[in-house]
Design a protein around this ligand. Structure first.
Ligand code: V47
Ligand code: SF4
Length: 388
């Protein structure tokens, strides 16, 4: 949309003056202040936020919506930490649904994907007291022997903080070892909400916000990109979400190492925060929109469909989202155990492509760092031919 017509939309008399000023700033590519971010949440209605977020998205990535072909390895759900929102972790020998895969079992999972066109393996799990830095470094080396071409996106800052502490190495040394063994990037988990008071309420015993940010900064310095998540819709307030995004925006200014911002909706099944009601789909869409508008230096915004559900993920494509993660099969349990409607998350490439096209967007299969692998506007599924 041309700047003049978008300006006309946002100068409508039905929009309050302070929101008009924010829209004007966004169109002029001026950075929003934290209080303006909070105001968007408090006063912006869904139509206004969607239009503005859409405008920002299209300025950044045009009509494209990205996905990748990946699979997940969750080595264990045994965890030394006790996050109140977690439905997935088990204490050592706590319940019969605790698992810890052997190295052989993990490598077998990699073998299972031989010949399949996956480009990424995402390794994340509980923080097991006995699976340490050197064990995981060797594991990654062995994965790369089986699949030299695969991108290994592994270990949240929470897992890395524990591994480095146990191995008595600095974050830099630990990450260097993992990189030398084949780890390519970091996923965005473990960030939750950076506000120290909220963090104390929901995940007191794991890595601090400062440690999370330091680990990602170190990874970026070593040439390992990463993602960043935000767990929302529990006890936090809008100002905490904006504070979280603000800290990430500041680090991104410094390192430019983040690929994607991924808001994660709190799901309330079977965890210590089950008494907290989940937020509405309207709130999910508002949150995507405000994230897109506020995080001006993040190239991409991801809706993780196995968690949010495919229908909301599809809607989010008109609220600033340009990425819906991957065509994973049911190799992740984090969300099904927390109550996601996607109990066995599986979408074929064709289904994912259709979902994106139905939203009026242009589907692109990407690699982890957003290089185009296939332009699906050019693929005819009936003949499996690429149109030229
Ligand atoms: O850090 C745990 C979240 C995260 C619940 O980088 C919950 O591409 C909602 O970070 N309700 C781990 N969320 C998963 C993660 C991730 C997922 C997909 C892609 C990427 C990426 C990263 O899962 C945890 C925590 O914030 N989580 N329990 C719950 N009940
Ligand atoms: Fe452990 Fe991660 Fe669950 Fe926290 S969210 S208890 S660190 S598995």
């Amino acid at each position: 949309m041309k700047q003049s017509s978008i300006k006309e939309i946002f100068s409508s008399t039905y929009i309050e003056a302070d929101l008009k000023l924010i829209a004007e700033k966004v169109i002029n590519k001026e950075r929003l202040k934290p209080e303006e971010g909070v105001l968007l949440y408090e006063k912006g209605d869904l139509g206004f936020l969607g239009s503005l977020a859409n405008y920002v998205k299209e300025q950044k990535t045009g009509p494209y919506v990205y996905f990748n072909r990946n699979f997940h390895i969750e080595p264990t759900n045994i965890c030394v930490f006790d996050c109140k929102f977690c439905s997935y972790s088990r204490l050592v020998k706590q319940k019969d649904d605790a698992w810890a895969l052997s190295e052989e079992e993990i490598l077998q999972l990699v073998h299972n994907y031989e010949g399949k066109p996956v480009t990424e393996v995402h390794i994340v799990g509980g923080v097991h007291p006995k699976m340490g830095l050197h064990y995981f470094a060797e594991l990654i080396r062995k994965i790369k022997i089986i699949r030299p071409d695969i991108h290994v996106k592994a270990f949240t800052a929470v897992e890395l903080e524990y591994m480095c502490r146990k191995a008595k190495v600095s974050y830099e040394e630990g990450l260097r070892i993992l990189k030398e063994h084949g780890q390519d990037s970091l996923p965005g988990g473990g960030a939750e909400i950076f506000d120290e008071q909220i963090r104390k309420e929901i995940c007191e015993d794991k890595c601090t916000s400062a440690q999370w940010l330091e680990i990602h900064e170190t990874a970026h310095r070593l040439g390992m990109p990463s993602n960043a998540t935000m767990l929302y819709g529990h006890v936090e307030k809008y100002e905490h979400r904006i504070d979280h995004m603000h800290r990430l925006r500041n680090l991104q200014d410094k390192t430019k190492g983040f690929n994607t911002f991924i808001p994660l909706k709190f799901r309330n099944q079977d965890n210590q925060m089950s008494h907290i009601a989940e937020v509405s789909v309207i709130e999910d869409l508002k949150n995507y929109a405000v994230s897109r508008i506020y995080m001006d230096n993040f190239a991409h915004l991801k809706a993780y469909w196995p968690m949010i559900g495919r229908n909301t993920a599809q809607l989010s494509l008109n609220f600033g989202v340009d990425d819906i993660d991957g065509t994973i099969d049911d190799s992740t349990k984090i969300y099904s155990m927390a109550g996601s409607e996607e109990q066995s998350p599986k979408l074929s490439t064709q289904q994912l492509v259709e979902l994106i096209k139905q939203a009026g967007r242009h589907p692109i299969e990407r690699d982890t760092v957003y290089n185009t692998i296939t332009d699906y506007m050019l693929v005819d599924f009936k003949t499996e031919q690429t149109l030229s």
